[in-house]
Design a protein around this ligand. Structure first.
Ligand code: GDP
Ligand code: IMO
Ligand code: MG
Length: 428
């Protein structure tokens, strides 16, 4: 297998970073294909923690080339902060390539993200305020500034001039914010451009050449299926395509070149930000999951909403992304529970639904159908073989695979790289 996609199956923070890092030891290249610095991917190696926002999680592995592809919205400030911090930790960052076609996050995107949220009031999305939505909106409006423009001083100056005049009108007249200063942004971004230039390349030809040479490529999804702009709980979603199909447009790699898809499934469910969450537990069970799992956002520090595993959502992710294997993470967080529940269907007016309702009004009314499992009540964090897992843990996992129709590939029992149980040896 030469190209494998890792995608989130729920509402993000499933542990994609950990799984990407684990598989990256077998990969030549790790690619981010969508999203931007709204991602927060944590990798733990020998107890040392790395938090990544824009850089592919493969950066922790010496050999892996890391690509930020065209579908990503590229925030140069975050990028430079991240590479400086990685360099200080002795990590070689010269292996990074940035697509010349990626769109650049500008200061007005970040401000508008916050201002728009304020304007929405109690209909706010609960974004990360990293300017992600406004940057993708400019891309679609065809007024975006791309990395190839950023590193072309004349082009950048002229695009910034036109955009800023227009953005300042919106900022001042609609949002009542202060206008931004052209010279200040120009100087700031010119200095970024100088530092970024050596990393910029045509990642489309690079990746397609590597695929033709049978090199092993890992595509690292950020966010997740239920936050996908088309398939998630719209409008409470992000502005990109985390599903595996996002690789086609986000990296310029044709769908038929993708060999395998791995869906990362947290053993229970969390969500940050607003929007429907059928299995949410607004009670002491939810509090207990949050405490046991230290469920607070990597990017914003917000407490994450918590609930039981929703196998309907995972099944839906499986269909959308063609998931071959599940990587189940954070199973150890459920170690102390007497009883664990899994949602295996949605009921509406007494009838079982076959689909995830598009209408949020209807989704809010569905009743999750739960199956209850006996807990295993033991510490599984030291287990490294599937057969050694407690019977009750295996029952829970096997039912998850049955309901979703997806095979078990990897089971993660701790944040560390080595706390990993491989069920399917042939993922790559
Ligand atoms: P991502 O956004 O999908 O990469 O996930 P995050 O990094 O935001 O959140 C997952 C958190 O769980 C991180 O702190 C990881 O270090 C941690 N983690 C990943 N897998 C496991 C696991 O199996 N058990 C435990 N206890 N923590 C894990
Ligand atoms: P990783 O890659 C969890 C959520 C935000 C908000 C919505 C839109 O770490 O799994 P945005 O800033 O993208 O416009 O916010 O999406 N969100 C995430 N939630 N994990 C993430 O990334 C997220 N990235 C965005 O909380 O609800
Ligand atoms: Mg995260």
């Amino acid at each position: 297998m030469s190209s494998v996609v890792i995608t989130g199956t729920q509402w993000g923070d499933e542990g994609k970073g950990k799984i990407v890092d684990y598989l990256a030891s077998q990969a030549d290249t790790v690619v981010r294909y969508q999203g931007g610095s709204n991602a927060g991917h944590t990798v733990v190696v020998n107890g040392e923690e790395f938090k990544l926002r824009l850089l592919p999680s493969g950066i922790i592995h010496e050999g892996a080339e890391c690509v930020i592809a065209n579908g990503v919205v590229f925030d140069p400030q975050t990028f430079l902060e991240e590479i400086d911090s990685m360099s200080q930790r002795g990590i070689d960052v010269s292996r990074i390539k940035i697509s010349n076609r990626a769109h650049v996050v500008m200061p007005y995107h970040r401000i508008m993200d916050g201002a728009f949220e304020n304007r929405l009031g109690d209909r706010k999305i609960g974004t990360t305020k990293r300017g992600i939505g406004p940057c993708y909106a400019d891309k679609m409006d065809r007024i975006g500034i791309r990395v190839c423009d950023l590193i072309d001083p004349e082009e950048f100056r002229s695009k910034l001039k036109v955009n800023l005049e227009f953005k300042n009108e919106i900022l001042t007249k609609i949002y009542g914010e202060s206008p931004l200063d052209f010279d200040k942004i120009l100087a700031e971004y010119e200095s970024y451009a100088e530092r970024i230039r050596p990393f910029v390349t045509d990642t489309i030809s690079l990746l397609n050449r590597e695929i033709a040479e049978n090199r092993k490529i890992l595509f690292e999804g950020a966010q997740a299926t239920m936050l996908d702009i088309d398939y998630g709980t719209y409008p409470y979603v992000t502005a990109s395509h985390p599903v595996s199909g996002g690789v086609g447009v986000g990296a310029g790699v044709a769908p038929r070149k993708i060999d395998r898809v791995v869906g990362v499934v947290k053993a229970y469910c969390t969500r940050v930000g607003e929007g429907p969450f059928p299995t949410e537990q607004l009670n002491e069970i939810g509090d207990r999951i949050r405490e046991a799992g230290h469920e607070f956002g990597t990017v914003t520090g917000r407490p994450r909403r918590t609930g039981w595993l929703d196998a309907c959502v995972v099944k839906y992710a499986g269909q959308l992304s063609g998931i071959d294997y599940m990587a189940v993470t954070r199973l150890d967080i459920l170690d102390s529970f007497d009883e664990i529940k899994m949602c295996v269907g949605y009921k509406l007016n007494g009838k079982i639904l076959d689909e995830i309702p598009a209408s949020l009004k209807i989704l809010a009314k569905v009743e999750p159908v739960y199956e209850t499992f006996e807990g295993w009540k033991s510490d599984i964090s030291g287990i490294r073989k599937y057969d050694d897992l407690p019977l009750n843990a295996k029952k829970y996992l096997e039912r998850m695979s049955e309901v979703t129709g997806i095979s078990l590939g990897i089971i993660s029992v701790g944040a560390n790289r080595d706390q990993t149980i491989v069920v399917a040896e042939n993922i790559f």
